[in-house]
Write a protein that binds this ligand. Sequence first.
Ligand SMILES: Cc1cc2nc3c(=O)[nH]c(=O)nc-3n(C[C@H](O)[C@H](O)[C@H](O)COP(=O)(O)O)c2cc1C
Length: 418
Amino acid sequence: MVASVDAVNQRSAPQPNARLLKTVKLGAGSQHEKEIHRIAMAPLTRFRNTPGTQAPTDLAVTYYQQRASPKGLLINEATFVSSEAGGYPTAPGIHSEEQVAAWKKVTDAVHAKGGYIYLQAWALGRANAGQDEGVETVAPSPIGLKDHPVPREMTTQDIDNFVKAYGEAAENALKAGFDGIELHGANGYLVNQFLESVSNKRTDDYGGDWQGRSKFLFRVLDAIINVFGQERTGVRLSPWGRFQDMLEEDPYATYIPVVQELVKRYPKFGYVHFVEPRNWTGMPETKYPKEGIFESNDPLRAIIRGVDFSSYPTPSDYAKTNPSFEDPTSERPTVILSAAGHDAENVEEFVERTGDVAAIGRYFIANPDLPERIFKGYPVRKYDRSTFYSPGPVGYIDQPTYQEEHVGKWVENAAVQP
Ligand SMILES: Cc1cc2nc3c(=O)[nH]c(=O)nc-3n(C[C@H](O)[C@H](O)[C@H](O)COP(=O)(O)O)c2cc1C
């Protein structure tokens, strides 16, 4: 059977001297320095873990191994730091011995192919829809999402418990062989709910101005760094995300000082992973952000790379210049990852300008050998949304590499045949 190839992504190989083909150092200058290539796998929830134990299965070992490549960075699917952090029965955890043992099989399989894997540390907060009756929905403020329970406002004791859980999850991730941790601070989950005023109306130390709203983020990062060190810690941020009723009226007013504080506190921080300002959920545009704001992560890139844009009247004015950026250096080693909307056609130009590592989600689902396809100019297969979250092997471990398609060994839906 002929594989479906996305015609949009039929293109030639990148220019031989393209930045896309040059590796970058993660944790430069540290004992954990790693050379990685420019196509990472974005974190992708697939809802295929064992109900009850919430441990990954042997199918997950195959899935991640298929997507590993020499010098390739994978970020695993968002993983609950404790049972209180959860609420989706088939999403994974990293808080039991069984889960640690199962993840160890995954990390070993990735390392055997010369790749790296980070754990994305997750807590749902108000996004907990109550599917798992044992897990109470808690959040910074009692502001519910549609069709979700109204969350109970977290006490300072709850906050302390969560911070501790992130630290314990980091210890477990280390035992499970992960190369680092990416704190999930994006897409409307717990850390993001603290950061943005739309979901944080607290009047104590954890609310109010950006300093109060980022206090939880920095406490959690401290707990993770305590285990992995700055060099092996990353954070995902979505300043422009509208998913789950998020978005600041002026995202720059929060995210500029937060990123400034991040680089000041942690000069050797591993990476910041930005979700690009693109509405990947396909949700209708909202009234935010405030008129006149040009949506871009470039001002945040500038802060990380040490570029001064204070001569521009506003961050938007600077962003409109479409600036380009240097690679990380040993003085400023923090790598920038960027996700949302990258494909085989546009990624070369994007990486050329920004120097980022492109994290790709949906195309990695359908193309286990995506980096090789992009680096060599092979066609890229279109993904099938209907199997993103369906249980079992279909759309999960049955996706062909270019070589498999080419030598004709691959049969569509073979994984479902008895
Ligand atoms: C099936 C699916 C699952 C996802 N799961 C996660 C997740 O666990 N954590 C996360 O931060 N983002 C998650 N995302 C967002 C992706 O990491 C990525 O930002 C998004 O798909 C846009 O990138 P793309 O255009 O390359 O797909 C998910 C997206 C999809 C499509």
